[in-house]
Ligand binder design. Structure first.
Ligand code: IPE
Ligand code: IPE
Ligand code: MG
Length: 254
């Protein structure tokens, strides 16, 4: 299936899509190759989906690349994932920049190797004035970490006397999360068949539409992405309000 017929002009087109790119290991197992090869194919697929977002004029894409819990994996796998990340930063940033992509990284970056941190800083700096696609990569990220660091930073401001406890609002908390500059995600996609958040954007996903697919990340192509967007487009978001078709009836009764 192609993306023909999908248009970001349509009413229910998502502005911000957040993806848990899961299933690299299972993809590899099915193909009879190593998990490491699965991750390599997974990185390759990031390019496919990023290009697709640019084509679709979708302005915000956030990708879960490495969770704060992924350090629990065998050392060899973690080393390989970090090497892939390093290589991708080396190879892809210039092209992303030429395509108008603004890169952001969220998560506890300070725990990553100094060389990677440096490449991250350069990539963010180089692309900071781009706005065609806001691509955010979550690295050593956990939703609980994010809320904790926001809490610390707010407490610090209270202690300094810049704000008082009455100033703490949902808005203020959002402004202290690592996603402060991004709109809330409209659509959450998780590939690989698991139906859980795995500590992704816990606060930010409060009213996000959820989409789970059994397709493993390396196989999640433009057609599969279009299916997710079509599913989103067919839904009615209520944000706690009443169903659209019933509103008139209730108003008439009142
Ligand atoms: C997702 O694929 C990639 C990362 C978490 C870095 P997995 O490696 O989790 O793949 P499965 O879940 O074992 O198939
Ligand atoms: C979530 O996948 C993290 C990323 C895709 C980066 P995991 O494979 O780590 O999640 P669990 O362990 O199945 O919950
Ligand atoms: Mg997994």
């Amino acid at each position: 299936m192609t993306v023909i017929g999908l248009s970001n002009q349509q009413e229910n087109f998502p502005r911000h899509v957040a993806i848990v790119m899961d299933g690299n290991g299972r993809w590899a197992q099915k193909q009879g190759c190593s998990r490491l090869e699965g991750h390599r194919r997974g990185v390759h697929n990031v390019r496919t989906i990023v290009e697709n977002c640019i084509k679709l004029n979708l302005p915000y894409l956030t990708l879960f690349a490495f969770s704060s819990e992924n350090w629990r994996r065998p050392k060899q796998e973690v080393t390989w994932l970090m090497r892939l990340l390093d290589g991708a930063l080396e190879r892809e940033v210039q092209t992303l920049h030429s395509n108008g992509v603004r890169l952001r990284f969220i998560g506890d970056i300070s725990a990553l190797a100094a060389g990677i941190q440096h490449k991250i800083d350069l990539a963010e700096e180089l692309t900071r004035n781009n706005s065609k696609l806001h691509l955010t990569v979550a690295l050593n990220y956990g939703g609980q970490w994010d809320i904790t660091q926001a809490f610390r930073s707010i407490l610090h401001r209270v202690q300094e006397g810049v704000i008082c406890s009455d100033d703490i609002s949902q808005q203020l908390i959002s402004e202290h999360l690592s996603t402060a500059e991004l709109p809330e995600p409209d659509l959450f996609i998780r590939t690989g068949g698991e139906q859980r958040m795995s500590n992704f954007l816990l606060w930010q996903l409060a009213y996000t539409e959820l989409y789970f697919t059994n397709i493993n990340w390396p196989d999640f192509d433009a057609g599969e992405f279009a299916l997710a967007i079509e599913s989103f487009a067919s839904r009615e978001r209520r944000f706690g309000g009443a169903e659209r078709d019933t509103v008139n009836v209730e108003t008439a009764d009142a």
